[in-house]
Design a protein around this ligand. Sequence first.
Ligand code: GDG
Length: 460
Amino acid sequence: MSRLVVVSNRVADPRKAAAGGLAVALGDALNTMGGLWFGWSGVVIADGTPGDGALHQQKAGNVTLATVDLCAEDHAGYYLGYSNGVLWPVCHYRLDLARFDAGYFGAYQRVNRLFARHLLPLLRSDDIIWIHDYHLIPLADELRALGAKQRIGFFLHVPLPPQQVLAAIPQHEWLMRALFAYDLVGLQSQADLQNFSHYVQAEAGAEALGDHYYRAFDRTVQAGAFPIGIDVDEFAALTHAKDARDMYERMKGEYSRRQLLLGVERLDYSKGLPQRVRAFKALLKKYPDNLRSATLIQIAAPSREAMDTYTGLLQELESLCGAINGDFGELDWMPVRYMHRNVARKRLPGLYRVARVALVTPLRDGMNLVAKEFIAAQDPADPGVLVLSRFAGAAEQLEQALLVNPYDTDGMADTIQRALQMPLQERQSRYQALLNNIRAQDVHWWRKRFLAALAAATRG
Ligand code: GDG
């Protein structure tokens, strides 16, 4: 059996529970096939040389973790700059937030080249290589330039926007050409796949060979939609473990007379947090039966705090939440509880389970795993309701959620009211259908489908 090599910006020790679902799932595959996980060490060397960084290797069971340090200039340009200041906003349709600084691109190229240089000597000829996400689009091309002949697949965790949006990236043609160095490009949704197909044909004059094979630049690549899932069993086990149960009991006691609404995410402008809080305010205004009752708990875990766009968002959110509490709150009822803090992963399921309604309303999201985790944590006898943005990749699969347009404040308020009033029987039947879906298409299904498609992809 071939060995699996996973490459991603960050590397996690799959043996540690805190690593989260994706790390566990990939670690599982790495353990079974034997493997290597390669990425940035998380270390930034203040006075290091651009394009240079030490390689570290460590064994974690059957898996080798290989990581590379970055110097401060490369970290700023590659990670904060090009990856999160250009590609992240553009992939989330936010051209207004993109900073097209030429220096960023240089650092992005440099770091991908540095990774290729360190990775190549670690590779075996029959390895299967799986590269993840927007930080590393050109890595296969860099590896090919150094002579790598192995099968290489790419999975994009974020959305792939339409041609006219992508084309705003000054280097978009270069990035697209780099995608043709892969044997398989995996996307989250059918919508992303359509955008890919249209983009490569319109911008590169790629020939569509059928079965989502495309030929351009003398190379052939296959594309496909591989919606990522969660490890439902692992999450169910977390839900029934002590930490989550304690959290559930505590919250249940504290909020016994209230209807809880819950939002959980990294504080990111793609997640539609201000829009959600405005919809909650509209709910309180339009449906006053919710006063003294409906309570929104919003967890906004700190993320990319070194970037200005994120600081502005934090201030906006704090002032919105403060204003609602000021305008609507009572001495014994605070409508919004907002936390700019990380909640321990083992406690999260308890919070999901106590919520009557989950508000998962991103403006744009590759998939959104919180929606799936919420379902996995519910009590089948008394399940909560998922309110989900139609612009999350998950909306293609989770049809029995209540789908909303996060830009439509009033419409969202109406849907939240419907969720709060939903009769038990309807909640149960929607929950069952959703659970069947996340079970059938879980993270193991995702990983196996992708690796099988990569192994079967015709090369050329
Ligand atoms: C990217 C794409 C795609 C959140 N807050 C806390 C916390 N979390 C955990 C959740 C969940 C994960 O983080 C978030 O996953 P999402 O999928 O919702 O979003 P992104 O982080 O933006 O992930 C996304 C995903 O990649 C996978 O392909 O679905 O579209 O943007 O697992 O539980 N975990 C803890 N404390 C928190 O406060 N412990």
